[in-house]
Design a protein around this ligand. Structure first.
Ligand SMILES: [Fe+2]
Ligand SMILES: [Fe+2]
Length: 276
């Protein structure tokens, strides 16, 4: 049995006292423990929503970061202030500083703590390969094979010598949970691309996932690109259940639900999914 709770998301469950913010955090729980996947943008929202769920940071056995962007890592200082030495998993590329460009100005949107600080505050475990964080709870590792569209933003850059280059999103990883019902994939921002991530999981774990949750970054996909993703989902993963949120965008969510019907469900903060 695994339960996956959306702790922080752009939206909150209707009629609830959960707070929403542009960010993402999940608690992945099994009989073996609890993994926090991403920390949202702020510690305040993370702590508020955890309290409503009847949890504290002392219930967490490890943290995994999907990538460096601050809407996924902003809560980290609060987490580590309460849980010094907590195991912390991420891609080695998380060290690379990330920026967002607007009107020729570059704004820092990367990790809130340097790698040196992280190494002092956490039990830092960086790996480009899949890692089993708890029995049956894995990172995907970095996703290098990307023949399908990536989840890109035209405003995301990394420093390159004296200049800049588009963010390669090498750090992007997702989670895979082995449940009695099958493999469940949990996405952060999915900058590596939804179809690339699903294909990577199928290849590495030897079977297709039964469900995918989290940010699909289809917010920047439009027209033919979005239709292509939906066509492949329909043809290759016909029974896949989707709980898209965060950077999916309303347009893509409606398009997915319009074709895939009840296999697409919302997943706002405060929602717990059970996989027997
Ligand atoms: Fe994000
Ligand atoms: Fe991101």
């Amino acid at each position: 049995m695994a339960t996956i709770t959306c702790v922080t998301e752009n939206t909150a469950r209707t009629g609830s006292r959960f707070w929403g913010e542009h960010g993402l955090a999940f608690c992945i729980e099994t009989d073996q423990g609890c993994v926090m996947f991403d920390t949202g943008q702020t510690g305040a929202v993370l702590l508020h929503n955890l309290a409503l769920l009847g949890k504290t940071l002392h219930d967490i056995d490890a943290v995994v970061l999907s990538h460096a962007h601050d809407d996924h890592t902003g809560g980290l200082p609060v987490v580590l202030a309460q849980r010094l030495g907590l195991p912390l998993y991420a891609s080695p590329d998380i060290e690379c500083p990330r920026y967002s460009r607007k009107d020729d100005r570059y704004r820092y949107i990367g990790m809130p703590l340097s790698l040196t600080a992280l190494a002092q505050l956490a039990d830092l475990r960086l790996s480009a390969d899949p890692v089993e964080v708890l029995p049956g709870v894995w990172t995907t590792g970095e996703i290098h094979t990307r023949p399908e569209p990536e989840g890109r933003s035209a405003s995301h850059f990394v420093p390159d010598g004296e200049g800049w280059r588009p963010d390669p999103y090498q750090d992007d990883l997702s989670m895979v949970v082995e449940t009695g019902a099958g493999l469940v994939v949990v996405l952060g921002c999915c900058h590596a691309g939804l179809l690339n991530t699903l294909a990577h999981v199928t290849c590495v774990f030897g079977r297709q996932p039964i469900a995918v949750l989290g940010g699909t970054h289809l917010i920047s996909a439009a027209g033919m690109a979005l239709q292509h993703v939906i066509d492949v989902l329909q043809e290759t993963y016909p029974t896949l259940r989707l709980y898209p949120n965060h950077c999916t965008g309303l347009h893509a969510y409606v398009a997915l639900a319009g074709v895939l019907g009840d296999n697409v469900q919302p997943y706002p903060a405060g929602t717990t999914l059970h996989f027997a």
